[in-house]
Design a protein around this ligand. Structure first.
Ligand code: CIR
Length: 256
């Protein structure tokens, strides 16, 4: 796989903080904006050209753009998300039409990008509260002709597959063993999150860069040892205001 060159992110609507305030979750708008800006800077520092889609106030969670599509090999499979996010993907699709061939999802299929984990030549798809068997089959029809093996994984202890496991590159996985059966993965190496730090399982490898969560120092140390072996530059980011909305590093971008 060639190194990615592009990222698409989405600005944060004001309705994000309002929506979570309605669930008694307090989000600091200045902190959230600063964290988003630092994230975009980290993507740029990793060599990506970053496009920013305007926010849509009707969709408080639209900053979590990863869920809206699966992009691979110049094609994009559009997702079909949970009720309060339905429609969010229209603007993303409009953008992706300029860069990708679009494949829609069949009616009845449900798929969130957060359930799609690429590791070497295999793509694991989480069967979760958000992705059903029809969604996993659609993903297989989308990716198998592009030479990838698609393997379903049951996810029932967190929102998405990538809440519990993400690719570190070089055939390695970062995973939270308390959230997922890690024996289900056929990988060279699994770095496990330290007990009490399962939310550290979401990292983002881009070429020679590894973006990781600053809030989990013990797991971060494990990642730094891994990075030293492969000569990667680690950037530790604070994502507290997105974690409050169940999001993390991978959720904030589509990368190709
Ligand atoms: C949701 O319920 O869809 C959002 N609050 C969180 C989405 C996080 N997305 C991701 O992990 N890929």
């Amino acid at each position: 796989m060639l190194e990615p060159k592009n990222a698409l992110v989405r600005a944060i609507p004001r309705s994000y903080a309002e929506y979570y305030a309605g669930k008694s979750v307090v989000i600091s708008s200045p902190t959230m904006q600063a964290q988003h800006a630092a994230y975009i800077n980290a993507l740029k520092a990793a060599g990506l050209g970053v496009s920013v889609l305007a926010a849509d106030e009707c969709y408080p969670d639209c900053v979590f753009i990863e869920d809206t599509a699966v992009v691979w090999g110049g094609r994009a499979l559009m997702a079909c998300m949970t009720e309060h996010r339905q429609g969010e993907q229209t603007a993303v699709e409009q953008f992706l039409r300029t860069t990708h061939a679009i494949t829609p999802l069949e009616p009845g299929a449900r798929l969130d990008g957060g359930d799609v984990l690429h590791v070497e030549r295999t793509t694991y798809v989480g069967l979760s509260q958000r992705t059903n068997a029809a969604g996993a089959e659609a993903l297989a029809s989308f990716l198998e002709p592009q030479g990838r093996r698609v393997v379903p994984i049951r996810v029932d202890r967190c929102l998405h597959l990538k809440s519990a496991a993400t690719s570190l590159g070089d055939g390695a996985l970062l995973a939270a063993p308390d959230l997922l059966d890690i024996t289900a993965f056929d990988v060279n190496e699994v770095i496990v999150t330290v007990e009490g730090e399962s939310h550290a399982a979401n990292c983002l490898r881009i070429g020679g860069h590894l973006l990781a969560l600053a809030a989990y120092p013990q797991t971060l140390r494990r990642l730094e040892s891994f990075a030293a072996k492969y000569d990667l530059k680690v950037t530790a980011l604070h994502m507290s205001e997105f974690a409050k909305g169940d999001g993390s590093l991978t959720c904030l971008s589509l990368i190709w």
